[in-house]
Design a protein around this ligand. Structure first.
Ligand SMILES: C[S@@+](CC[C@H](N)C(=O)[O-])C[C@H]1O[C@@H](n2cnc3c(N)ncnc32)[C@H](O)[C@@H]1O
Length: 250
């Protein structure tokens, strides 16, 4: 079996790129999305990839680490009450302004999601988040999310980076996605900006937490979950994996 968990692209602790953590990176301005077309295509893709996993309407969904959350209105249209949690505080404040008064959408803070009633969520999304967490922090997060799930409720962990996955595969996946969605030129320019920016330095220094499906299933099992791989990834990066999990012990 491959290494159970690991760090991808860990570097030698040199230049920090000006931010101390991934959370700081996501809270600041960045050029991961090369333009509006990119961010819209990204969330259209997430919406389509999540659609087969949605519970029957009406349902309550918590999107943990939701980012720009452009799929929230589409989830409401499908019968969801959507709770958005973005841990990066500046981004969260922006979401709260953008979705203020939007029917069916609430932006919650850390205390807010932790105070949700037991059994109140039918689906929890954790998409493209766990690579930024230390293993112990992920275990703690899973323990916090578990009581929130309703009977039959599911956790979807998406865009999991494997030990073999690196920046080259990510670049290839982005360029393919960009070509299919009509923003290839902008993607090439954006990649050049990103390459020269903090992102590369941070990724070299902090790396990603990486998991094989077996390793993540084992971590889930330690916390009283059962996890199964999905046949597709949630998101455009076909070399990454996604899993669905549900509690098996209280
Ligand atoms: C790539 S974005 C994913 C956004 C969205 N889920 C999506 O798939 O488009 C990464 C997310 O991980 C969150 N994140 C980064 N570091 C974190 C940390 N240490 N703890 C919790 N969340 C973190 C960021 O705030 C951001 O919401």
């Amino acid at each position: 079996m491959m290494e159970a968990t690991g760090r991808d692209d860990a570097g030698d602790g040199g230049e920090t790129g000006g931010v101390a953590s991934w959370l700081d990176f996501w809270d600041a301005e960045h050029s991961i999305y090369v333009n509006r077309q990119h961010v819209e295509a990204h969330y259209r893709r997430l919406t389509a990839d999540i659609a087969p996993l949605l519970p029957p309407a009406p349902f309550t969904l918590l999107d943990y680490g939701c980012g720009e959350a452009l799929m929230a209105p589409a989830l409401v249209e499908r019968g969801g009450r959507v709770l958005l949690f973005e841990p990066a505080p500046v981004r969260r404040a922006g979401l709260a302004r953008r979705f203020a008064g939007a029917p069916g959408i609430a932006v919650v803070d850390e205390a807010g999601w932790r105070a949700l009633p037991a059994g109140s969520c039918d689906l929890v999304l954790l998409i493209s988040v766990i690579q930024y967490l230390e293993r112990a922090a992920l275990a703690e997060l899973l323990a916090g999310l578990k009581p929130l799930l309703s009977p039959g409720g599911r956790l979807v962990i998406g865009d999991i980076v494997g030990p073999e996955g690196g920046m080259i595969k990510d670049v290839a996946a982005l360029l393919t996605f960009a070509a299919r969605n009509g923003f290839l030129t902008a993607a090439l320019a954006g990649l050049a900006r990103t390459w020269l920016s903090d992102y590369r330095k941070i990724r070299e220094r902090l790396g990603f937490a990486t998991y094989t499906p077996d390793a993540l299933a084992a971590l889930l099992a330690e916390g009283g979950w059962r996890g199964e791989s999905l046949a597709w990834n949630i998101g455009h990066a076909g070399h990454r994996r996604s899993m669905v999990a549900w509690p098996v012990t209280g």
